[in-house]
Write a protein that binds this ligand. Sequence first.
Ligand SMILES: NC(=O)C1=CN([C@@H]2O[C@H](COP(=O)(O)OP(=O)(O)OC[C@H]3O[C@@H](n4cnc5c(N)ncnc54)[C@H](OP(=O)(O)O)[C@@H]3O)[C@@H](O)[C@H]2O)C=CC1
Ligand SMILES: O=CCCC(=O)O
Length: 347
Amino acid sequence: MTSLVNSSHFAIHRLPSSFSTAIATHFNSPRFSRHIFNVSVSSQPQQQGIETPPRVGFLGLGIMGSPMAQNLIKAGVDLTVWNRTKSKCDALITLGAKYKSSPEEVAASCDLTFAMLADPQSAMDVACGKYGVANGMGPGKGYVDVSTVDVDTSKLINGHIKSTGALFLEAPVSGSKKPAEDGQLIFLTAGDRNLYETAAPLLDIMGKSKFYLGDVGNGAAMKLVVNMIMGSMMASFSEGLLLSEKVGLDPKVLVEVISQGAINAPMYTTKGPSMIKSHYPTAFPLKHQQKDLRLALGLAESVSQSIPIAAAANELYKVAKSHGYSDEDFSAVIEALKTKFQNTENQ
Ligand SMILES: NC(=O)C1=CN([C@@H]2O[C@H](COP(=O)(O)OP(=O)(O)OC[C@H]3O[C@@H](n4cnc5c(N)ncnc54)[C@H](OP(=O)(O)O)[C@@H]3O)[C@@H](O)[C@H]2O)C=CC1
Ligand SMILES: O=CCCC(=O)O
C-alpha cells in the first residue's frame, strides 16, 4: 500500500467564521473556478477577470447528504441535487437548489459532483448503472464520492469515472449528523490530487478538516478502520452500561466516571444518557455501522489480519438488526445484550 500522507501542511483547514466570508474567499481563489475544469462556461461574453463559479452536483440526500448539501447552498454554491426518493430534494429546492431527474443529468450539467450513498451497491448503481454518473462525465469534470464503501468498490468506481476522462476523489467522512449540520466533518480523501485541490474549498464548507491519503482505496480503508474501532467501542460501552446496572450501580454515574478519565470519548457522553433510557434517536443508522464492520472484516481478511474483537461486535450488530433495530441509531446495539434477546438467541 502507498504510504499515507498526513502532513500538517494540508491536513487541517479550518473554516472562516461565516459561510458568506467562506464562499467569497473560495470564489476569489484562483483554484476554485470553472476554468480549472476547462469548461466552456457560457455563450455570453465574459467580463475580463471575472470567473464563473463552478456548477456543483449532489447525489444522495439522506441523514448526511441533506445537511451537507444545505451547507453548500447556504454558502452560495450553485447546486443541483438528485435523490432516489425525490421528495427529499424538496427542502433543498426551496432553498435554491436546482433539480435533475437522474445522476447522469446531474453529472452532465455540473463541473463537480458529490455523492453520499448508503453502501457499496448503491454507490456502484449511482456511479456506474443505467443513467448513472459515468454517462454524464467527461474530460474537465470531477466526481467526489463521500459514501462509506470498501476499497474494491471505490477502485471500481474510480476506473469507470477515469475511463470517461474525468477525475475521481474518494472522500468518506468521519463525523455524524450534527457535525454534518455544523459543517464540522472530517474528510478522508484519496485519489486525484488535482481534484482534491479543486474540491478543497467545498470540503472546507462542509468540514473542519481534511486528510489527503494518496491512492484511491486509502480513504476507504482509513474510514473502515476508524468505524471498526467505533463499532467495537460502542459494543463494549453497551456491555459496561448493562453490567453496571446489574451489579447495582447507577449507569448515569458510570457515564460521569468515564467522562473524567482516560477512556472518555464524546460518543459516550452524548449517547450514554439516552441509551440508559432505551432511546436511540438516529444519527448513524445501526445498519450502516454493521455494514462498516462487515467491510472492515473483509479489509482485514484481505491482508490476513486478525480482528476478533470487531468480529464479535459485528455479531452483536447483526443480532440487533435481526430484532428490528436497523434504522435506529447504532447505540441501539445495547438492545442485543438485553436478557429478552439473549434468551431468544439461546433457544
Ligand atoms: N449517518 C452518519 O452518521 C454517517 C454516515 N456515513 C456514511 O454515509 C453514507 C450515507 O449515510 P446516511 O446519510 O446516514 O444514510 P441514509 O440511509 O440516511 O441515506 C442513504 C442515501 O443513499 C440513498 N440510496 C440508498 N440505496 C440507493 C440505491 N440503490 N440507489 C440510489 N440511492 C440509494 C438513499 O436514497 P433514498 O432517500 O431514496 O432512500 C439516501 O439518499 C453511508 O455510507 C454511511 O455509512 C458516514 C459518516 C457518518
Ligand atoms: O460513519 C459514521 C461515523 C459517525 C461518527 O464519526 O460519529
